[in-house]
Design a protein around this ligand. Structure first.
Ligand code: CS2
Length: 487
């Protein structure tokens, strides 16, 4: 079977949505670090739509920091791919936003050339929480091994922070300052934290570079949202049937998508507002609500659901006891932490998110959401706990995902399953030592300052987590309704 490529675009079935700009004669204006499924389903789609809506040389050079998969898989199809919208009214959109796909490890020169080019006005990132190399206070973590490597060898950076500083050093010398750097990850104050980490690192490399960056380059905060499960073999087969050509790596996503960007740019940008992107002076409420209401309940479903051997978000939320528990968590502890606001109907926002979880067309695996708990839980649950402690509000239900995370680690260890987490070696070593003593294990977990910071010393927090470890220690597919109903 022939492959999806620029030539085949015009022959695709008429119901397939496709770019309407001149794909072959449009230039690159963006470099993206970390082109995973979410970037391909979200920012790249907005950019492809913006070019169809009002032109502009905004194609993307995608830079994988490590994996060769994307480059190798899309190389034979002109770097095109298809986005499959799985919803009541499904459709497929052919995406042509990628210009080049590079791998930093063996194409460093091309990557630097692309990122330093004055025509590159945007560098965006989806490198997951761990990619920012931050400590629990949100500052650059100088003990991070990649940061250490880049400090010792700044001209051959391996971290995103080091790479950005190397690029900005070149751009300072060449005067290519029409550049905005946009974080698209699920961190609170993502742009502010990225900018601070970059300036901090630059100051060590070349003092006046840090000052130049701080004065010339904007790092807007953003909120990003669209549920994007990993690609499956089934999706590939289904897509091939619909397209009539093979796509080596289609992407699937729900219909809902949202991108909120702080209107703070140090150079030109695509007309993203023409395709639904929200520009605002203050992203904070959007970001706080999304991280806590969506990502906080996602992680809760992931860890409690996996303890009950449930597979997907849809499967878990379809259990009345799970939905009732999530609603109780939202109403009693998460929504109050966001505070009263005229700008957003928080109850409706939460309801809409639970409806999205009930999308039966989306198989979003809890095991995927469970990745990187040590990096995700601080933004999704622990900051909410801090606010509730500060405001003398309940934290009991919020302590459940923390208890469930620790039991999940023990379960992964006991079943010899992989634990996807930057702290996996340390967590599994503790799990090995305390495999039959969950309370002793969680005591050790709660001592991890890199995750819990000052909460490690909060006796009320610790005791509530440990109570829930006892409650959840024997939860399973048969008894979870009773246990959750009693919470
Ligand atoms: C999920 C997120 O995998 C996860 O951790 O919670 O990827 C979630 O699907 C997105 O933030 C939704 O916008």
């Amino acid at each position: 079977m022939s492959q999806l490529n620029i030539q085949s675009l015009s022959q695709l079935p008429k119901q397939i949505r496709k770019p309407t700009y001149d794909v072959e004669n449009t230039g690159r204006g963006i470099v993206h670090l970390g082109p995973g499924a979410f970037h391909r389903a979200h920012q790249a789609v907005y950019t492809d739509l913006a070019m169809s809506a009002s032109g502009g040389n905004w194609k993307i050079d995608a830079v994988s920091l490590r994996s060769q998969d994307l480059r190798d898989k899309l190389a034979t199809q002109d770097n095109l791919y298809s986005l499959v919208i799985l919803d009541e009214n499904p459709y497929i959109q052919a995406i042509a936003a990628f210009n080049n796909i590079f791998v930093l490890g063996d194409q460093r020169e091309q990557v630097m050339s692309s990122m330093c080019d004055a025509l590159t006005h945007i560098i965006s990132l989806t490198i997951t929480e761990k990619g920012y190399c931050l400590d629990s206070a949100g500052e650059l973590d100088w003990s991070n091994s990649d940061i250490q490597k880049d400090k010792n060898s700044p001209d051959k950076p391996v971290s995103a922070i080091g790479l950005l500083v190397a690029v900005l050093k070149e751009r300072k010398n060449s005067g290519a300052d029409q550049l905005t750097i946009i974080s698209c990850d699920n961190l609170s104050d993502n742009g502010t934290k990225l900018g601070k980490a970059v300036v901090t690192f630059a100051n060590v490399i070349e003092p006046e570079l840090g000052q130049w960056i701080a004065s010339n380059i904007c790092f807007p905060n953003t909120m990003v949202d669209s549920i994007t499960p990993a690609t499956s073999e089934e999706l590939k087969q289904q897509t091939e049937k619909e397209l009539g050509v093979e796509d080596a790596w289609p992407i699937q996503r729900e219909a809902f998508t949202q991108w909120v960007i702080e209107d703070n740019f140090s150079g030109p940008r695509p007309d993203w507002e023409k395709v639904g992107v929200t520009f605002t002076q203050d992203v904070y409420l959007y970001e706080k609500a999304k991280l806590r209401v969506l990502n906080g309940t996602h992680s809760t479903l992931a860890y409690v659901g996996r303890l009950c051997d449930l597979e997907t978000v849809y499967q878990a939320i379809s259990e009345p006891s799970f939905e009732a528990f999530i609603r109780k968590l939202l109403v009693t502890e998460i929504l109050p932490s966001i505070g009263a606001t005229q700008e957003m109907d928080l109850a409706q926002y939460a309801d809409d998110i639970l409806q999205r979880y009930h999308n039966k067309h989306i198989r979003h695996f809890l095991s995927q959401i469970a990745w990187d708990g040590s990096q995700k839980l601080p933004f999704r649950i622990l900051n909410t706990i801090r606010d509730n402690i500060q405001n003398k509000q309940s934290i009991s239900l919020l302590c459940i995902p923390i208890a469930a995370w620790s039991l999940f680690i023990l379960k992964q260890h006991s079943q010899g399953q992989q634990l996807v987490d930057p702290l996996a070696p340390e967590l599994l070593e503790l799990a090995d030592k305390y495999s039959t003593e969950p309370l002793a294990f969680v005591d050790e977990i709660l001592n991890l300052k890199s995750v819990f910071a000052e909460l490690s010393n909060n006796s009320n927090f610790r005791s509530q987590v440990k109570q829930h470890v006892t409650t959840l220690a024997n939860i399973n597919k048969q008894n979870f309704a009773q246990i959750l109903d009693d919470l």
